[in-house]
Structure formats: structure tokens, C-alpha cells
Write a protein that binds this ligand. Structure first.
Ligand code: NAP
Length: 264
């Protein structure tokens, strides 16, 4: 069986390879990158094979996964075109914001394209991956891609028009950012740092786990957790008045705008 080949051995490749190994996946993984030290670290951590050059990497690929930064995708695909080995019929781009039409232009038929946006939480097997298939990807080829990402967390099919919005929304950075800010506010209010982090993590993570596991509506949970006239109600009202919803919308819009800049 041919290998799963990653072009680019940085952050997301590291998280995906670790998640695949954690899931017990024994498939051959080959990684090509221009930084030998990153490749050696990946080999140590996830038993990947280091590609000696781009041609040999492409030649081994049953599935080619493009995992370089958006600004490097065009250059990488030109190198693939010129390397002298035929790419596999199915390629996956992880590059945020790069549309299928550009991918098709830079490396066209017989190659068919899929966009996927895995979360680095895939390292622990809980990364959500939205996927978007180009029209030309046969229905029979699609389960293979879903199955690969399903090894490292839930997979959701989306039309390409929604990929930028989900990219700006599902990043775990929202959780880390909220955790850091809530813990800092608690510390400034007098709570010691350790207790502040424990409290903030409970508020965010366990609260959301409760929503997921209970199947209750958010309104019902808010009703249960916020006594009218109480502390939680006062806290939320003050945050809303200060523009909490507007700030979150601004953040998501800025993420989408960056994805659209990547597309140019
Ligand atoms: N990080 C995430 O959580 C995440 C999640 C989903 C999708 N993505 C997408 O995945 C892609 C990679 O993101 P990342 O955070 O993993 O980036 P990264 O850590 O910078 O990894 C990219 C790697 O590719 C190498 N590279 C770039 N051009 C190359 C070339 N022509 N030949 C050989 N190696 C080359 C880079 O080397 P240098 O360092 O020398 O440039 C780097 O080691 C991006 O398009 C991003 O939008 C990222």
C-alpha cells in the first residue's frame, strides 16, 4: 500500500501524525520538509519516514497532503509539477483560505482536490476537521478522506463557501484565549494563579462538556446556572454591556478577512 505523504513537516503535520499514531494507525507516513531537525523530531515522535527529496516523496504517495503555509502553497505545487514524479489522483490541502480553484490551477487534472482544516487538538484524538470536496472528487473516494481524519476526531462535510467561517470559529485558540483572559481577570480580582486557572478551566471546559453530554439547550443551562439577580447574571450582563458579542464577532470577521487575503 502506498504512503500518506505530508509536504511540510510543521505544527499541524506534527499534531496529525501524533494523533494518527495515538489512534493505532500503522500506515506508512512520509514527510517532506526543508528543515532536517523538524523531520528528525517527527521521526522520533511519530515514526514517520523522512523523504530524502520531493520526487521520492511524491512517488510514494497514495495520498498527498499539502501542509505548508498558505503563502507557500503555489511554490510547493509548482515544485511538485516539476519534480518528475506523478502525484496521486487525490490530494488534500490544509492551507487556510486557499480556494479549490487556485489548487486546481496550480496542480490540475488528473489530480482532484479536497480541502481539510484539522484542529491541532487532533493530537489527543479530539480534533474537529471540516472537509470540503471539489466537484470532481468521486463520491466513492470521499469516505477514504473522512476515515483518515475521523481517526483523530470528528469530521464535518461543508460546502467550500463555509470553510473560512469555520476556520475562524473552530480554532482551539478561542478556548485558550478565553481561558487566559478569564484566569487573568480572576487573578487580578484576588484569586491565586493556580486556583484562577482551575476555576476558569472549569467554567469553560466543564460547562461546555455538560452542554454536550446533557443534550440540553444553552438557554436551559444558562437558566440553571444564573440565579436571577445573582452573581453570574450580573457578570454576564456587564460583559454583554461592554460589547462581548461585538468583540467576538469582530474576531471572527478578522479571521475570515485574513483567510480571504490568503486566497489572493
Ligand atoms: N497550525 C494549525 O493549527 C493549522 C490547522 C489547520 C490547518 N493549518 C494549515 O496548515 C498549513 C501549515 O501550517 P503550520 O502551522 O503547520 O505551518 P508551519 O509550522 O510553518 O509548517 C510548515 C512547514 O513547511 C515547510 N515548508 C514551507 N515551504 C516549503 C518548501 N517549499 N519545501 C519544503 N518545506 C517547506 C516550512 O519550513 P520553514 O519553517 O523553513 O518555512 C515548515 O516547516 C498552513 O497552510 C495552515 O493554514 C494549520
Amino acid at each position: 500500500m502506498k504512503a500518506t505523504v505530508f509536504l511540510g513537516g510543521g505544527r499541524i503535520t506534527g499534531a496529525l501524525c501524533a494523533g494518527l499514531r495515538l489512534a493505532g494507525d500503522q500506515c506508512e507516513i512520509v514527510v517532506y520538509d526543508r528543515n532536517p531537525e523538524k523531520l528528525k523530531a517527527l521521526r522520533r515522535e511519530s515514526r514517520v519516514e523522512i523523504a530524502r527529496d520531493l520526487k521520492s516523496a511524491v512517488a510514494k504517495a497514495g495520498l498527498l497532503i499539502i501542509a505548508v503555509r498558505p503563502g507557500s502553497v503555489k511554490e510547493m505545487l509548482c515544485e511538485v509539477e516539476a519534480c518528475g514524479a506523478a502525484p496521486p489522483a487525490l490530494c488534500v490541502s490544509l492551507a487556510a483560505g486557499i480556494p479549490l480553484r487556485n489548487l486546481r490551477k496550480w496542480l490540475g487534472p488528473p489530480v482532484r482536490w479536497v480541502r481539510a482544516m484539522p484542529s491541532p487538538v487532533c493530537r489527543i484524538g479530539r480534533g474537529l476537521t471540516p472537509v470540503s470536496f471539489d466537484r470532481g472528487v468521486a463520491k466513492s473516494d470521499r469516505p477514504r478522506i473522512r476515515k483518515l481524519f475521523a481517526l483523530v476526531g470528528p469530521v464535518i462535510d461543508l460546502p467550500e463557501s463555509q470553510m473560512d467561517a469555520i476556520t475562524a470559529t473552530h480554532s482551539p485558540t478561542h478556548g485558550y484565549h478565553a481561558l487566559a483572559n478569564l484566569a487573568e481577570a480572576a487573578h487580578r480580582a484576588g484569586l491565586n494563579r493556580k486556583a484562577a486557572l482551575i476555576a476558569a478551566a472549569h467554567a469553560l471546559s466543564d460547562g461546555i462538556a455538560y452542554w454536550r453530554e446533557s443534550g440540553l439547550e444553552l438557554d436551559e443551562l444558562l437558566h440553571e446556572a444564573a440565579t436571577p439577580g445573582g452573581i453570574a447574571a450580573a457578570t454576564m450582563a456587564a460583559m454583554d454591556k461592554a460589547g462581548y458579542a461585538r468583540v467576538v464577532r469582530k474576531g471572527v470577521s478578522a479571521g475570515i478577512a485574513q483567510a480571504r487575503r490568503n486566497a489572493k
